[in-house]
Ligand binder design. Sequence first.
Ligand code: GEK
Length: 244
Amino acid sequence: MSKEQQNKDEIFAEKMAPSDFVFDEKVAAVFDDMVNRSIPGYATILSMIGVMADRYYQAGTDIYDLGCSLGGASYAIAEQLSARDYSIRAIDNSEAMITRLQQRLSEDHTLRIDCRCEDILDTEIENASIVVLNFTLQFIPRERRQALIDAIYKGLTPGGILLISEKILLPDPELNELLIDLYHKFKESRGYSKLEISQKRTALENVLLPETLDAHRRRFCDSGFRASDVWFQCFNFASMIAFK
Ligand code: GEK
């Protein structure tokens, strides 16, 4: 583990005035720790994305990792495809994330990961057999999500797949509250205090906008995906696959 990966997330540890969450340098510096302690099953999700990429990657196509942060999904895919002639486009609109990812990539020239700082709403997706949206769509304004999924569908080759993970809403309010509460217990078990959990929740309120699994399914169907389903879920976090 590199020195950078050991940085502990203490961003919300002290009492502070509420403000919206942003993917700035402070977050990028502790992101590995944050994501591992905040997303139940994160390490499993990444390695399974690698396994699925290995099955569905088509030679001569590109892989897109949209909202790549520090490239967790890209690295997992690169590891699985290391013996093949793959090409990954890792995109994020946080300069802090991309600067750090570039630095990491410069340490290993065997990786075929090309990263760039760009709004994924402007990304031209073409000749893709795999598109990854690992906990990214939830940060896109709701009214722009259909157009993004449409663009992904259009850019996928026949037989291509979309791998997407999201924080989700449950239609039943009681169950929804229960899963949120269990999720907060999970965070406490990972060392976050009640104050950290509540301040982060407030910071994400206007920024991370979850939807139900049905809303996601409907959107995939409306874009033209022939089938989609959940392949992993823990509390209110779910990973889905959609097939072109
Ligand atoms: C992982 N996928 O480790 N354009 C580009 N990037 C964006 C946009 C946008 N419009 N909106 C948000 N992002 C990663 C984890 S984190 C999830 C993804 C989380 C980026 C944002 O800058 C951030 O890096 C990422 O989406 C979301 O597998 O922190 O919960």
